[in-house]
Every structure is written in structure tokens, then in C-alpha cells.
Design a protein around this ligand. Structure first.
Ligand code: A2P
Length: 270
């Protein structure tokens, strides 16, 4: 499976799909899913301090004999570590058994502490221990604030994004500012897959509703991070680069937007 790369504003590139590791907390299951993903062609893994699986990701990579330079690894600073980002990141590196990550994100726009935490990420970036830095769950307002003061622009904003939560204003803002959007929960947490619009488009291409949902994220120029622990579904979720949704499909899918959130809502975070 050949996965296209996406260019980041700092000159680095990121593989256009990742295995999301949220809730993948069981050691054996996590190790097995990382191995299944590597076998299916994934080279990009999205972890976080709060997922509790950085060490299992490392274990899976080792068990599969993956070379460090062949994989793209993301982790995120947990909200409870915003006052001591550097120390907590060093512990992440220990758990990952790596001397750098490809992408380091602030997990949430924590009030009062997010400016301080971003400076800490910029310092880590200077050391080369994080090749790219970015944010997660930032709204346009949080990004505007950050862009006024940052020395290093965020390369990525990772947010919940799927056909039921399309966030067109946020996507447009990120496009204008050359910030790549990563789509977490691109399958809306497995809600609404039996929708007839999704099913009819899926039938047209001989794909599943899940594949149409993931492809919709790609058509939006985002990097989807579908999560699965099931080897067949892991394989299915990366098999989305041999078809395209046309304008008519995209118009139909637009009608599914209900602003449904399955996860954190940062909208009102001051
Ligand atoms: P499982 O791990 O058993 O495959 P999201 O990435 O939007 O958070 O969705 C994750 C949820 O969707 C998980 O419950 C996962 O279950 C399920 N899932 C992942 N891939 C597929 C798929 N191709 N078809 C149906 N459900 C899927």
C-alpha cells in the first residue's frame, strides 16, 4: 500500500494516514495492532502521554523489526504536564525508547498555561528532539492567539473531524495559515456508519462506509488517524488510496454535518 505524504510548513513531511492509538491500552492488543498496521503498510502512529501506550507502541515497533527512520511517531503533552513540559517529554522519550519524535503536540488548549507550554515545545524543537511541533483541539480563536506570539508556527492542528463534524471554518483557517489538520476519530467513533448516504457512496466504489468516511477526510486535505485493534479493519482503513470521491459525492456528504462531537469540545475554553 503506497501512502502519499503531506508537506508540513517546516519542510518536513508526514505520511497521509496514521493508526490512532487512543484507548488502545491493553499491552498485548496494542503491540499486536502496531504489528498488524506495519504489515498493512502504516508508517505513522499517533500516541499521547494520556493514552498510556507509548511503551506498547515501542514494543510493537521492535517486535516487527521496524527501523526508527522508517516510521513517523507522534506523541502529545498531557494537560496535567503543561507546567513541566520538558521533564514529561523526556519521560515520553524513555517510554518510546527513542531519542526524538517526529511530531510533538500540546494535547488541549489549556487556559493560562498554553502559552507557556508552547514556548517549552519551541525549546524542545530547537534541540531536535521533536522534528515538528503542533497543537491539538485548538479552535480558530486559540490558533489566532498562538500565531500572534509564537516563534515557531504550529505545523499541525489535530482535531476531531469526520462527516458528522465537518468544521469548515477551522479547515479554511488552517489552509490559509499552512497548518495541516489531522483528523482524529475520522469514523466518528463508529457512530452513524449505517447511514444511507454513506452506504450508497460506499456501494458505488465497492468500499465500506468506514472507507468513505476516511476518504472524505483525505479529500479535505487532512491526515486521518483511524483507530482499530482489529487486523482486518486496520487493513481496510488504509485501503483508501485507490479511489476518489467526486463533487457529487462530496455535496451529498456535506449534508451529513450535524456538528456531532464524540470527544472533547474545546469551543468554550477561554
Ligand atoms: P475496532 O477497534 O474494533 O475496529 P474512531 O477512529 O473514529 O475513533 O473510531 C474507532 C472505532 O471504530 C473503534 O470502535 C473501532 O473498533 C471502530 N472501527 C475502526 N475501523 C472500523 C471499520 N473499518 N469498520 C467499522 N468499525 C471500525
Amino acid at each position: 500500500m503506497s501512502v502519499p505524504s503531506v508537506k508540513l510548513n517546516d519542510g518536513n513531511t508526514i505520511p497521509g494516514i496514521a493508526l490512532g492509538l487512543w484507548k488502545n491500552k491493553n499491552e498485548a492488543e496494542c503491540v499486536a495492532s502496531v504489528q498488524a498496521a506495519l504489515a498493512a503498510g502504516y508508517r505513522h502512529f499517533d500516541s499521547a502521554q494520556v493514552y498510556g501506550n507509548e511503551q506498547y507502541l515501542a514494543e510493537g515497533l521492535k517486535a516487527a523489526g521496524a527501523k526508527r527512520e522508517d516510521v513517523f511517531i507522534t506523541t502529545k503533552i498531557a494537560v496535567q504536564h503543561f507546567a513541566r513540559v520538558a521533564g514529561s517529554f523526556d519521560k515520553s522519550l524513555e517510554r518510546l525508547d527513542m531519542d526524538y519524535v517526529d511530531l510533538l503536540l500540546l494535547h488541549f488548549p489549556v487556559s493560562l498555561l498554553r502559552g507557556h507550554a508552547w514556548k517549552a515545545l519551541e525549546d524542545i524543537h530547537k534541540t531536535g528532539k521533536a522534528k515538528s511541533i503542533g497543537v491539538s483541539n485548538y479552535t480558530v480563536r486559540h490558533l489566532e492567539e498562538l500565531l500572534k506570539t509564537c516563534h515557531v508556527k504550529p505545523a499541525v492542528n489535530q482535531v476531531e473531524l469526520h462527516v458528522y463534524l465537518q468544521q469548515p471554518e477551522l479547515l479554511e483557517f488552517c489552509r490559509q495559515h499552512d497548518i495541516v489538520v489531522e483528523a482524529y476519530s475520522p469514523l466518528a467513533h463508529a457512530h452513524g456508519m449505517d447511514n444511507e448516504v454513506l452506504e450508497s457512496i460506499a456501494n458505488k466504489y465497492g468500499k465500506s462506509s468506514a472507507q468513505v468516511m476516511i476518504r472524505w477526510c483525505i479529500e479535505q486535505g487532512t491526515v486521518p488517524l483511524p483507530k482499530s485493534t482489529n487486523p482486518d479493519r486496520i487493513k481496510q482503513n488504509i485501503d483508501v488510496f485507490d479511489f476518489k470521491l467526486d463533487a457529487d459525492d462530496m455535496e451529498k456528504l456535506k449534508s451529513l454535518n450535524t456538528n456531532m462531537r464524540t470527544c472533547w469540545d474545546p469551543t468554550n475554553v477561554p
